[in-house]
Write a protein that binds this ligand. Structure first.
Ligand SMILES: C[S@@+](CC[C@H](N)C(=O)[O-])C[C@H]1O[C@@H](n2cnc3c(N)ncnc32)[C@H](O)[C@@H]1O
Length: 267
């Protein structure tokens, strides 16, 4: 399981050839070789992590927030859109929370969790045996064979739409989740967090129009009371962590406001 179970879906980042597992490494026919980390992930990045890669602290905060169930309704919308689809990829997967939910209870399903952060890949690799965690930059050509996937998910993460279209089967689906303007309202006002520009969903549909047709849009919107620890984790798990995470964060009400769009390839 893990990377070996998904090896047929992967491609060499240097020559696009197929890959095979050979001992503790992964190789292509041209002789390019990549180490499988002890922690179970495959590093295809070929260089240092960029500055915007999530840190171990951010990943741990995200795991705690997901364990608390705050984003459960979002995961349900994403998983419903991908139900019955057995070969999935999550771009900027973090802990692969949404990918695991979308794989459902099918033991034969396989998910590629791509993230530029090693800390995220470690978490994704240990989360579910059906997940193959791969360290890579999703802005580059994805190390994935063409037209082999039933679904691609992208939740609060970079969207390489041309590449998503290339790796999806013609009957595949792309599911994109973006924060609405009310997302984390309350916390955002109290702590001066980064503003979410309105119309992110419209931007996704416009940018995707070259490759995809929008087939469905749903919104997960609810309010929850969180204690100070969870409120701090909500700040520490996201982009605000690159600026400043306050030592003390007050308990209070937060809003979850996330748009989930389902798109199908145009071909
Ligand atoms: C806001 S987090 C979302 C994680 C996950 N999708 C979730 O919602 O739980 C964004 C993720 O994208 C990753 N990321 C940022 N830039 C990336 C890139 N160029 N290629 C791959 N992953 C990237 C970060 O390391 C981080 O794990």
């Amino acid at each position: 399981m893990g990377v070996p179970a998904a090896i047929d879906l992967l491609a060499c980042p240097r020559c696009a050839g197929g890959l095979v597992v050979a001992g503790g490494a992964v190789r292509c026919a041209s002789g390019h070789s990549y180490d499988l980390a002890r922690q179970g992930y495959l590093n295809l990045l070929g260089g240092p992590e960029p500055a915007n890669a999530d840190t171990a602290g951010m990943v741990a905060a995200r795991e705690r927030v997901h364990a608390a169930g705050l984003f459960g309704p979002v995961a349900t919308l994403v998983a419903d859109a991908l139900a019955g689809r057995g070969r999935l990829l999550e771009a900027g997967a973090g802990t692969a929370y949404y990918l695991r939910r979308s794989l459902g209870d099918d033991p034969a399903a396989v998910g590629l969790a791509l993230d530029v952060a090693k800390a995220a890949a470690r978490a994704a690799a240990r989360a579910d045996q059906r997940v193959a965690a791969v360290v890579t930059d999703v802005w580059r050509t994805l190390p994935v064979r063409p037209r082999c996937l039933d679904g691609v998910l992208c939740v609060f993460a970079p969207r390489n739409l041309g590449e998503f279209a290339r790796v999806l089967r013609p009957d595949g689906r792309l599911v994109v989740a973006t924060p609405g303007p009310g997302h984390l309202a309350g916390l955002r006002d109290r702590h001066g967090l980064l503003r979410i520009p309105p119309g992110k969903d419209a931007d996704v549909a416009a940018a995707a129009a070259e490759f995809f047709e929008l087939v469905d849009t749903r919104v997960a919107r609810h309010r929850a009371d969180v204690d100070g620890t969870l409120a701090r984790d909500l700040i520490a798990m996201g982009p605000n962590a690159f600026h400043r995470v306050p030592e003390e964060v007050a308990a209070g009400e937060v809003a979850i406001d996330v748009t989930v769009q389902v798109l199908r390839p145009l071909r």
